[in-house]
Structures are given as structure tokens and as C-alpha cells.
Design a protein around this ligand. Sequence first.
Ligand code: CP
Length: 318
Amino acid sequence: MSTNQNFYSVKDVSHLDQLLLSAQGMKAHPLKYKEFGKGKLLVLLFFNPSLRTKLSTQKAALNLGMQVISMDMKDSWAWEFEDGKIMDQNTAEHVKEAARVISGYADIIAIRSFPGLKDKESDYRDVVVNNFMKYSTKPVVNLESAIRHPLQSFADLMTIKEYSSVKKPKIVLSWAPHPKALPQAVANSFLEWMRAAGDSVTITHPEGYELDERFTEGHHVVYDQKEAFKNADFVYVKNWSSVKKYGQVISEDPTRMITREALSLSNEAKLLHCLPVRRNVVISDDAMDSDHSLISELAKNRLYTAQAVLYNILKGTL
Ligand code: CP
């Protein structure tokens, strides 16, 4: 039994094809390993809201026979993550103690912690999850950190493989407008996982929304959304805030909302979004409710991919 198989990014996966097969197996037989995790505890720590990640990861653990405790971190102490900090202000609990304490109870620790979107350098150091991985003696699972959302991306990949009728589909990642500044984590991770799977993505967004080069490597940008959608088999929609003008909303261009008409330019593309989505701002009702949409199927695959990740961590085969 491994004690340090963290799931922070796709780089923690030794054989992506095998993990994908494992998730497909979980989907075919969700309760096959219902005794496997008996006596093991998953602790989930949420510094930010969640619907899908919270429910799917808990259900995944329950399907494996694990026990689960989920904590809303608003109910805990104010945490400190800085090394050497003189803690004479608001923070009361240092991650050094907390990670070790939770490691004494849990067999796997899973954490969600969003970025502040004020300071790129600080956010891109991903201090919350990285500190947990540093001080925990048990495996840590990333439930969406400041810059990555690997469980989402794994489900994205599974869904694209499941519904692709060709070996090399054209995959488009399309920015869409949103009134609030959102993290880049979903888009970053999507690109990282697609690259690991050997797929090159066409990214479309207004100028100024370029993602960090660490994630766009191997993919290419087509600013014109209509051009990008031509011959697309999958359109993955997500808003993110600017990286260059860090954390700012610099365009709300409504013509980039995803509509059925916009999708008609594609090759009958399947529509994906991680949810939650603002209807008629990010994606129109007529696209959301059309045959193009695989959005519910994608959300369902969150369960099986999470189950495969937990199972392979416990087995030591991630
Ligand atoms: N897609 C996703 O992670 O959803 P939640 O934020 O509701 O968990």
C-alpha cells in the first residue's frame, strides 16, 4: 500500500491509458470493488464551494467501501501556509501541524483551494495543495487548486474518448464571456491532460486572454472563434480571467457566447462544460438543451474517474 501517491496533476499518473481503462471499468461495474476500501477514510477539505466535486468524490469513495468525512473549511481555524511566519495576527493554525494531524486520521486527504486572483506568482506557486503534499504523510488529491483541476480534466478526457468517432478529433477550447473573474485552473488542466493524451487543442479567446505558456505548449491559438469552430468535433467551453492583466475581466464580448448557431459552424461538435454554467451568458439555452450537449454525461463521468483515482492510490498503482 503506497503512502505518498499524490494526485496533483497528470504528471502523477504513471500510465494514463491504464488509468482511463480503470475508470471505464468503474463505469461498467461501479460496485466491483465495494469491499476494497473497507476501513479506509477519505477526508475532504473544502476552502471553496463545490457541488460536483464534493458529491462525486464522496460517492466514489463510498462505492469503494471507504468512509468519508467532508469539512467546510469555514468551520475550521484560520490557516497559515507561510513558513517562518510570526502568527500574531488572524491565522491560528499552521499547515505543518494540521497536515500531520489529519494524516493521523485519514488514509487519503483531498483538498479544494481556489486562487486569490490578485498575485499571479503567489497563485501559481499553489501553496495550499503544495504545503499539504509537503507535510502530509498520506496521499493528497487535488480537488481543484489555484491552477489545476485534474479530476475534472480526467473526466473531460474520458468523455471525449467515449464519444469520439474518429481517432484524432478536432478539439477546441473556447473562452466564453462571464461577468466575474474566474480561475484558469480548468483550462490549464484541460490542456495539460489533452497534451498527455497526445491531442493538440485549438484554443480560441479574445486577445489578452492568453493562458500561461506552461499549459499552452503543444496547442495553438486561433483568435477568431468562427474560424476555430470550423470542423470541430468537440467544443470545450470555459471562461477564465486574464493571465497578462492578472485576474482581471478585460472582455465580456457577448458575441463569444456559445449558441446553437455558433456550433452549426462545427462538425456537429459535441459541447462540453465543467459546470456550473451561467445560462445565456456563457452558453445559450438553445445550445445547452441541444443534442450537441454532453454536459450531463461529463458530470456523470466525474464519479468514475474519481473512483479510479482513489482505487489506484489505495492500490499503489496510480
Ligand atoms: N466542475 C466542478 O468542479 O464543479 P464543482 O465546482 O461544483 O465541484
